[in-house]
Design a protein around this ligand. Structure first.
Ligand SMILES: NC(=O)c1ccc[n+]([C@@H]2O[C@H](COP(=O)([O-])OP(=O)(O)OC[C@H]3O[C@@H](n4cnc5c(N)ncnc54)[C@H](O)[C@@H]3O)[C@@H](O)[C@H]2O)c1
Length: 380
C-alpha cells in the first residue's frame, strides 16, 4: 500500500485534499515536512472556544490565516510572517482578475522559503470552505486581504465587487468569530476618501463621497469590521492602503502597465492632463504597518498606510522613464470615471499608535520596482 501523507493529515486535517495524497506527491518540501509535523496543531486538539473579551496574547510563533495570500500584498505579508517564525496559511481562489501565473509564482516563492507555509485553494464567498479551514486550525489572527481590487473594473461588474468584497468579508468575519479568532487585520483602501477635499486625508474626515463601486465596497467593509468588534469584542484593524507598488506588483496597475508599454515602444494611455496625484506606498512599508497591527491590541481602529508624499502622474512617468532608460510615448485620454484626482495620507495616527515609519521614497522605490520588473521580463 502507498503511504498517505501524514504531515498534511496532522497539520490540517480538515483542509480539502489534505492527507489525500501520497508522501511523494506532497507539495510541502522535505525540509519543511519535519517542521510542519512538529508544529502543527491537530484538528482534534481544538478546544471549544467562546468569543469573550480576554487580553490578546502575542508571541513569536503564531498561526496566521492570510486571505488573498497569493496576491501582491498578501504574498509579501506571508513572506514577512514566515521569516519571523510564524506558521502561515494562505487562502486564495487564484481567480483570473489578472493572469493567475503571477499568483502561482508568488506561491512558489513562498514555498521556496522552506518555512511552515500552507496554501488553501478556496473562495471567500464559499462559507463552507472558510469554516473548514478555520475550524481545523487554531488561528491566532486572520489578515483579510482577499478582494476584487481595482477601481475601473468595478464599474463594469459592481455586483461582483459587492459579493466578493462585502459578502466575502462578512463570511470571513463570521467564520473567524465562530472559531474563536480574536484579532483581525482587514484591507481597506484610500479610495474610500472619494472626493474628500481636505488634504492630507485624515482617518477622522467625514467620508460620504465614494465615487466607485470598489470604494463603496471598502467603506462597507470598514463598517462591518466595526460591527464585529462591537458585538463580539474582536480586535479589528482597518487599513487604508494608498497605491501600493513594488516587486510582485499587480500587472493591472498603472506603474506595471506603463513599464510594459514603454519597454515595448508602445504609447501609454495617460488619463487627464497628468496633474492627478497619488500617494504611492512601497510594499515593504505597507507590510511594516500590517505587521505592527498584528503586534498591537487596538480595539477597533482605522489607519492610513501611505508615505504622506504625493507624486503627480507626470512626475511618475518621468521617474519611470529615467529608471527604464527609455522615453514614453504619451497617448492623452480624458479622465476616467471613478478615478479620484488626489490621494494623500495623513499618517500621524499610524506613526503614533503603530510606530509606523515609511522608509522608501518614490524616487528610490521606482528604481527597486523597475529592477524587479526587468528581471521578470528576462525570466519570462
Ligand atoms: N494594491 C493596492 O494599491 C491597494 C490599494 C488599496 C487597497 N488594496 C487592497 O489590498 C488587498 C490586496 O490587494 P492586492 O493589490 O494585493 O491585490 P491582489 O489582487 O494581488 O490580491 C488579492 C488576492 O485575493 C484573491 N481573491 C480575490 N477574490 C477572492 C475570493 N473570492 N476568494 C479568495 N481569494 C480571492 C486574489 O486571487 C488575489 O490573489 C485588497 O483587499 C485590495 O482591495 C490594495
Amino acid at each position: 500500500m502507498t503511504a498517505r501523507c501524514a504531515v498534511c493529515a496532522a497539520s490540517s486535517g480538515a483542509i480539502r485534499g489534505a492527507g489525500n495524497h501520497t508522501v511523494s506527491q506532497c507539495g510541502i518540501p522535505p525540509a519543511l515536512r519535519a517542521v510542519t509535523a512538529q508544529r502543527a496543531v491537530p484538528a482534534n486538539a481544538m478546544p471549544n472556544r467562546l468569543c469573550v473579551s480576554v487580553p490578546l496574547l502575542f508571541n513569536s510563533r503564531m498561526n496566521f490565516l492570510v486571505t488573498g495570500g497569493a496576491g501582491f500584498i498578501g504574498s509579501h505579508v506571508c513572506e514577512r510572517l514566515l521569516r519571523e517564525g510564524h506558521h502561515v496559511w494562505a487562502f486564495d481562489d487564484l481567480n483570473p482578475f489578472y493572469d493567475p501565473q503571477f499568483k502561482r509564482r508568488n506561491l512558489r516563492d513562498l514555498q521556496a522559503l522552506a518555512k511552515p507555509f500552507e496554501f488553501v485553494h478556496g473562495d471567500i464567498t464559499d462559507r463552507a470552505a472558510l469554516d473548514e479551514i478555520l475550524s481545523s486550525v487554531r488561528f491566532d489572527q486572520v489578515i483579510h486581504l482577499a478582494a476584487r481590487a481595482g477601481v475601473r473594473p468595478s464599474l463594469l461588474e459592481p455586483a461582483l465587487y459587492q459579493r466578493v468584497n462585502v459578502e466575502g468579508t462578512v463570511n470571513v468575519l463570521e467564520a473567524a468569530r465562530r472559531n474563536g479568532v480574536k484579532k483581525m487585520v482587514l484591507a481597506s483602501s484610500s479610495s474610500v476618501y472619494g472626493l474628500n477635499s481636505r488634504a492630507p486625508f485624515s482617518e477622522d474626515d467625514p467620508i460620504f463621497t465614494a465615487i466607485s463601486p470598489y470604494a463603496a465596497s471598502k467603506l462597507a467593509c470598514e463598517s462591518l469590521g466595526h460591527v464585529w468588534h462591537h458585538l463580539y469584542q474582536m480586535d479589528v484593524a482597518m487599513l487604508r492602503f494608498f497605491t501600493v507598488y513594488g516587486p510582485r506588483q499587480r500587472p493591472d496597475l498603472a506603474l506595471y502597465k506603463f513599464a510594459q508599454l514603454i519597454c515595448a515602444g508602445k504609447p501609454i494611455p495617460v488619463f487627464g492632463d497628468g496633474a492627478s496625484a497619488r500617494d504611492y506606498t512601497f510594499v515593504t512599508d505597507t507590510v511594516q504597518g500590517i505587521i505592527a497591527c498584528t503586534r498591537t491590541e487596538l480595539g477597533y481602529e482605522i489607519f492610513n498606510l501611505g508615505e504622506s508624499q504625493t507624486v503627480p502622474l507626470k512626475r511618475m512617468i518621468e521617474l519611470l522613464e529615467e529608471a527604464l532608460g527609455r522615453k514614453a510615448v504619451i497617448d492623452r485620454q480624458p479622465m476616467q470615471p471613478g478615478d479620484v484626482p488626489l490621494t494623500y495620507a495623513n499618517i500621524s495616527r499610524a506613526r503614533e499608535r503603530l510606530g509606523y515609519h515609511p522608509q522608501i521614497p518614490f524616487e528610490q522605490g521606482v528604481k527597486l520596482f523597475t529592477e524587479w520588473f526587468l528581471k521578470q521580463n528576462i525570466r519570462a
